[in-house]
Design a protein around this ligand. Structure first.
Ligand code: AP5
Length: 228
């Protein structure tokens, strides 16, 4: 059983690593950011309510996020475990999660904030398959087109300078204190998130496999977030 939480600031590489690791472990990658962006694109009532908060880089109200996530955690695919990416984001969400399910590991991505701004400014995403690129570190083969489906890549509205600043501040104030919350419970495992994606993946492997005999991994497939 792998019940894993990824904790880390915007741009630390959580989504990039989660997509690969979840696939290798055969567990669902539950990204609240991806679930919310899907709701926004679908123009659902929840998506319409969430959109303004996301665009500004602020947290979406807890009740909306919990509504989206509870259903995913209760689905049969999550019976063998899950990888939570972007949740919990504050103490209320961490307590709500504890009330629903135990977790085995909380991986804290550690990285210099100056690297984050550069990574987020250069990120581009495919609106069709949700693949994540970076103009500097992981560029598409053809200029600004997705390698898989040739769709023009998007620049996330919250990857613009002002929203990035807000997201980093929200992280510092609301989410970073969760490191202490999980350290007290003996679940926190820090991982350095600088270096190449392959280097980060190797560090993660060590942390995830520690004390988990069932954690077999195959060779790494390309980074792709699951379509919702
Ligand atoms: P969310 O989508 O969760 O955004 P985030 O936490 O800010 O995380 P990011 O997706 O920005 O970064 P990441 O760490 O996944 O980095 P990535 O792998 O893409 O949330 C968005 C918004 O939704 C929130 O602001 C909020 O409004 C709302 N929301 C979501 N969850 C919520 C919740 N629980 N409660 C309330 N509101 C919520 O990598 C970034 C870039 O770097 C990419 O270009 C990638 O290619 C590149 N990269 C990755 N790794 C490396 C590497 N090792 N070297 C070089 N480049 C790399």
């Amino acid at each position: 059983m792998h019940r894993i939480v990824f904790l880390g600031p915007p741009g630390a590489g959580k989504g990039t690593q989660a997509a690969t690791l979840a696939k290798e472990l055969g567990i669902p990658h539950l990204s609240t950011g991806d679930l919310l962006r899907t709701a926004v694109r679908a123009r659902s009532p929840l998506g319409q309510e969430a959109e303004g908060y996301m665009r500004a880089g602020r947290l979406v109200p807890d009740d909306l996020v919990l509504r989206l996530l509870r259903e995913r955690l209760a689905a049969p695919e999550a019976a063998r475990g899950f990888l939570l990416d972007g949740f919990p984001r504050n103490r209320a969400q961490a307590e709500a999660l504890e009330a629903v399910t135990p977790v085995d590991r909380v991986v804290a991505f550690e990285i210099d904030p100056t690297i984050l701004v550069q990574r987020l400014s250069d990120r581009r995403v495919c609106p069709v398959c949700a693949a994540v690129y970076n103009l500097t570190s992981q560029p598409p083969k053809q200029d600004l087109l997705c390698d898989r489906d040739q769709a023009p890549l998007d620049h996330r509205p919250d990857d613009r300078p002002e929203a990035i600043r807000t997201r980093l501040e929200v992280y510092r104030q609301e989410t970073a204190p969760l490191e202490a919350f999980y350290r007290e419970r003996g679940l926190l495992r820090p991982v350095r998130a600088d270096g190449t994606p392959a280097e980060v993946a190797a560090r993660l492997r060590t942390v995830v496999e520690e004390g988990m005999p069932g954690a077999t991994r195959t060779t790494s497939p390309p980074t792709k977030r699951p379509s919702q």
